[in-house]
Design a protein around this ligand. Structure first.
Ligand code: SF4
Length: 385
């Protein structure tokens, strides 16, 4: 074991000792926590988009239409940190892209300092990455990072090749893709061994819904401590993909619950099912999810306890992939003020319901738009059997 490794592990252990471990009972990204604590939504989470570059072009990519081949300079790091400093109740930060580690200088000059800032303030951090680049990129981040969030929607390297380069616009050889697939698995294992919580996200979509159990098995084999599952809602980049029904989503979740490894934390998010549903089957599925050990259903953070800041423009958005235009800029506004401005937005008000008995604080914006356009959630309430 080299000196750097030992020193890094010590730093991590000291920091981790100060913070409650991330567990199914302690998920600071869930906005239900702040609504319980403050009686209203509060900004506790800030996501930063640090790049629009990526080495992959996945068919389902939520931000695929913003990806570029070259990009301008970012705003100064200190401007971002000054705005983070002002967020009174900040509990988590997330760093996203593109592939955030695509450029070594972004890792060194933005990501490492942001993670160190989070550690010094005693808040949690997450990076969304495909972890297909050389491990040296991730090794610099590991000592200060809590959650490495990766996508995993494959049962083998061939599927990774088909899905991961579907929109590349040029041919990527099967061998080149297979090397990245192997590196992704190796990097995920190494990050887990380095003490980072590696959380693999799978989408339930037309490709995965009937083999989600097999995908889960591979994620467990990779050493991931958490499997995160979200239905796929086609963003503009992925709008040509086939859509599956809510019934197919429900059956896929049931398949997964029956086959899962009960020792691994399963986190479900952005589900299109609510306890106020007229559909008994959907309510029963939610009851089952609530009872299963090591299973959580996270309320949607976007616009509830989280905002997204684009580090090229300073513009602030409700999420990195939403069609909702920016509603302010950190150049001239505090993030807490922008969050309060967002809460007044008619779109925010339309999903701003809360049923404490069901631990639910309303639907995701995309889900409401897709399945519940004409539903007034303020006229509904949870049906508890
Ligand atoms: S909080 Fe809203 S979405 Fe959730 S159960 Fe209540 S009314 Fe339905």
């Amino acid at each position: 074991m080299n000196m750097l490794h030992t020193e890094n592990n010590q730093l991590r252990d000291i920091a981790a000792a100060r913070l409650a471990p991330l567990t199914p009972a302690n998920d600071p990204w869930d906005p239900i926590r702040s609504i319980r604590k403050f009686g209203r939504h509060r900004l506790t989470s800030v996501e930063m988009t640090v790049t629009n570059l990526c080495n992959m072009r996945c068919e389902h990519c939520a931000v695929g239409d913003t990806l570029v081949m070259a990009e301008p300079d970012k705003i100064p790091l200190q401007d971002m940190i000054r705005r983070l400093d002002e967020v009174e109740h900040l509990e988590t930060i997330s760093i996203t892209g593109g592939e955030p580690t695509f450029s070594g200088s972004t890792v060194r000059d933005y990501m490492v300092p942001l993670l160190k800032y989070a550690r010094s303030r005693g808040i949690r951090s997450q990076i969304n990455s495909n972890v297909t680049l050389p491990y040296s990129r991730y090794e610099q981040l590991a000592p200060y990072l809590d959650v490495m969030h990766i996508s995993f929607n494959y049962t083998n390297a061939d599927e990774f090749h088909q899905i991961g380069f579907a929109k590349a616009g040029h041919s990527v050889s099967r061998d080149a893709a297979a090397r990245l697939y192997d590196r992704m698995i190796d990097n995920a294992r190494r990050l887990s061994e380095a003490g980072v919580l590696v959380s693999a996200e799978s989408m339930i979509n037309y490709r995965t819904h009937d083999k989600i159990d097999e995908i889960h098995r591979l994620i467990v084999e990779m050493g991931c401590q958490r499997h995160e599952v979200h239905p796929m809602y086609p963003s503009s980049f992925a709008k040509d993909l086939p859509v599956i029904t809510r019934e197919q989503m429900r059956r896929s979740i049931e398949l997964l619950l029956s086959a899962r490894n009960p020792d691994v934390w399963m986190l479900f998010g952005t589900l299109p099912f609510y306890r106020c549903s007229d559909d008994k089957g959907e309510r029963e599925l939610l009851s089952r999810l609530a009872k299963e050990p090591n299973v959580t259903v996270r309320n949607d953070p976007d616009g509830r306890n989280r905002l997204n800041v684009n580090l090229f423009s300073g513009e602030v958005f409700v999420t990195d992939f939403s069609d909702v235009p920016s509603f302010g800029n950190i150049a001239d506004s505090r993030l807490d003020d922008l969050f309060d401005r967002w809460l007044q937005h008619p779109l925010a008000e339309g999903v701003n319901c809360h049923c404490p008995a069901a631990s639910c604080c309303g639907p995701n914006l995309l889900v409401k738009d897709m399945y519940y356009k004409d539903v007034n959630f303020h006229m509904r309430s949870a049906i508890l059997e």
